[in-house]
Design a binder for this molecule. Sequence first.
Ligand SMILES: Cc1cc2nc3c(=O)[nH]c(=O)nc-3n(C[C@H](O)[C@H](O)[C@H](O)COP(=O)(O)OP(=O)(O)OC[C@H]3O[C@@H](n4cnc5c(N)ncnc54)[C@H](O)[C@@H]3O)c2cc1C
Length: 413
Amino acid sequence: MKNWAGNLEYSSAEVHRPTSVGALQELVANAAKVKALGSRHSFNTVADTDGTHLLLDALPQEIVLDKEKGTVKVSGGISYGALGRALEDQGYAIHNLASLPHISVAGAIQTGTHGSGVNNPSLAGAVVSIDLVRASGELVTLTADDDEFRASVVGIGALGIVTGLELAIQPTFQARQRVLTGLSWNEALANFQEIASSAYSVSFFTNFTGDTIPQVWIKALETDAPLADMFGAIPATVAMHPLPDMSAENCTEQLDVAGPWLDRLPHFRHEFTPSNGEELQSEFLLPLDHAPAALRAVRNLAGKLAPLLFISEIRTIAADDFWLSPFYEQQSVALHFTWKPLQSEVEEILPELEEALRPFGTRPHWGKLFTPDQYDFAALYPRFEDFRKLVLAHDPSGKFSNALLNGILHRDS
Ligand SMILES: Cc1cc2nc3c(=O)[nH]c(=O)nc-3n(C[C@H](O)[C@H](O)[C@H](O)COP(=O)(O)OP(=O)(O)OC[C@H]3O[C@@H](n4cnc5c(N)ncnc54)[C@H](O)[C@@H]3O)c2cc1C
């Protein structure tokens, strides 16, 4: 089995597709090494194991609304696309989506996956309760009343197999999408927070070269104030793809045409595969206040980065309180890099990029390419030591561990 990008062949000796949670519990209890695989959209080895891989797609796939409570209960392996469609059919929504809807709910949330919006927390922000099968095989349900809830929701797969999640829902809403072109870097850096806060969700697409940012995607709610002039940027008159040479056919509708949230918040339509997987990704998250300085630091490396880049995307995310969330107690800016499929060249440039971003308290995206030994995780995450202790308490033999997790959790920094 390979991951979506094809840059990684998993090393599992066995693959199981349990058909009941009971069977899954038994498999976990009896395994020496075991991990869940979601939709395999991670770019690094966070999901890898040399033991047993569990696929959750043969479990009963539930999407159960509790309209009175304002939540939906979902099986962990369900995709955001399927969930979004089921919610929309019943007149409901969740607060935000990532750039593509194909990813699994549990896998996305475990790695801190996010969309954009200064007031929008990551996808984990919607979690009300989580069903987790621990290393012992025990099934527990954790809610916000349990301290371990805040450790387990963004748990990078280290605390158990997530079989179900209860997510907060809200009435469905409409959004409209406008792409602005040619925003000058000077204006973007001088007014970053104002532009990023100008609508529900804002994304900047650039390769860091030149004097202008080629595209700014603005996803506005019907209730947002009409967009004012955006520092000289020009609204596109045709639909755009973030990559200049690609057809906009597989992108969600733009040109201010209002539509349901699930067809506007992702950049890519659910019915299309966003690309053939021939790309790599990295992403770095840091306090929003530092955005202009961090962007300047990256621009200083533009000459080295641009030849390796398809495109970069800059987004914002609200703070949360999940111990290992890259947004833990910090409203953040996310600097995302979609690389060409040149893994060794990318791995060579990453430490230089990570070093340039280190002064800003940068945390890496858990599901994308980064260099673990570039980070002092204990300093970056105030509850890191508590997380480590919890992992040791619940999984003393390291059943859910792998080389990447060991490098993150058990390295003396
Ligand atoms: C084209 C593309 C676009 C992307 N866009 C975004 C974006 O907009 N924003 C963003 O933040 N990220 C984005 N990502 C990254 C992606 O969201 C994360 O890598 C995410 O983890 C993918 O979820 P998955 O189900 O594929 O997880 P996998 O890669 O299958 O697994 C990731 C981790 O989750 C664990 N896991 C999976 N299922 C479970 C479970 N049931 N219980 C416990 N642990 C589990 C795995 O063991 C592993 O540790 C994108 C990736 C791609 C390929």
